[in-house]
Write a protein of this length. Sequence first.
Lengths: 213, 267
Amino acid sequence: MKTFFILPLLLAATPALAESGPKTDWGQGADDAAFAAMIKSSFHDKGIATLARLDQDSTQAFCSDPARATGASKEAVEAREKIEAENLATIKWPADNTWLGDWKKGEAVAQSGRGLTSSDKADGVRGGNCYNCHQISKQEIAYGTIGPSLWNYGKIKGDAPETLRYTWGKIYNSKAYNACSNMPRGGHMGILSEDQIRDLMALLLHPQSPVNQ
Amino acid sequence: MKRHHLCIAFAAVISAGAARAETDSSLQSIEQYREALRDGNPAELFEAQGEEIWKTPAGPKNVSLEQCDLGLGAGVVKGAFAQLPRWFKDTDRVQDTESRLLTCKEKLQGVDIKAIIKAPFGSPEKDEMNALVTYISGASKDMPVKVSLAHPKEQAMFNLGRRMFYFEAGPHDFSCATCHGQSGARIRLQELPDLTIGKGAGVAWTSWPAYRVSSGQMWSMQWRLADCFRQQRFPEPNYTSDVTVALSMFMAAMANDAKLDTPGIKR
């Protein structure tokens, strides 16, 4: 019964999935017991990275199914909209209505990829990992390309209230705008403090920031 | 409508011609550096060391590993790595090179393998394993990857590995697919293999174990995977656990027919 249910989902998968590798019944619903047992038996706590981190929230569980995370079916599209609405509701907007901090501090947050690994201390400084995936200031040539370039972000987008709101929201909880975005949910998951988000906002939007020079 | 518009704007790749040209030349320099490194890969020293360990009597039973069956019969090393992971009748498990070596150490030599499993990477116990894997991988150099999914347990392990590849969790919501699920992407300047296609999986699978110049260490795939999980902000995988064997099975089977360039070298 389960096999027949999964097949249509697989057919709806992205071309990248459909084109390569042996065709198998492998995804969610395909032997959930074996998959759960494998996860349970395969890890141990190390430092601050405990086994509790393997417990998925509803967004993570949903996005672990590539057919629904990227599929074009009506069911997948509607499910993603629901996930986005759930994540949008988690966003904590800046309490005092101050949106921009210090872009110099923001640059340091963007540069740092530290924090929350099994080899990091619990009270260690946490970075934003931003340059790992984005081009940001033009001076830094060692940037990743998983995310879009953010160079000239503020110059192009201006400082209208909806721009401030969207940019804050995207850093705080990226999944509010794209259910299965590759980008971490900086504020929602407690990776970044409110002040760090303000500093990143300044890096992206302040006219004097190197991003907009 | 407004949200749609903003999303498009955020996703727009802003042209940055000069910066891109600089980046291209940086990537080129790194490629030249890698080429230079390939002349005289220090991994050869680990290969020689691994061969000696393989042939030297050890453990409570004081026997060598020369009668270890890596899948092609007792004592056959040549070509064995190209067909691992595989299902083994005696253990009724799918095993990668390292978990199979543990079976041989336990059964042939009478070694308590729990100590090896628990020892951290970089310890003498793990260094010995890495040297053995390096030796075994070198004996399949230039051979095409030929991993079978014919046995139901092999197919099941592949399926579990494929599903694990997309398993997203932890404070950063990372899965293997976050970095390795698309073609042509980089972290900083490091190019990422797309493991969902044969070409990318081939590049990745055929270059490990590898000598890492930056750390001066010989890394096996088990070590490579453990460090991926560290960066994913996951807890640490148990050495030779099913998650690690399943991911290896997924990668290796996707890499079938790619030519092994083992042991490899990385910056």
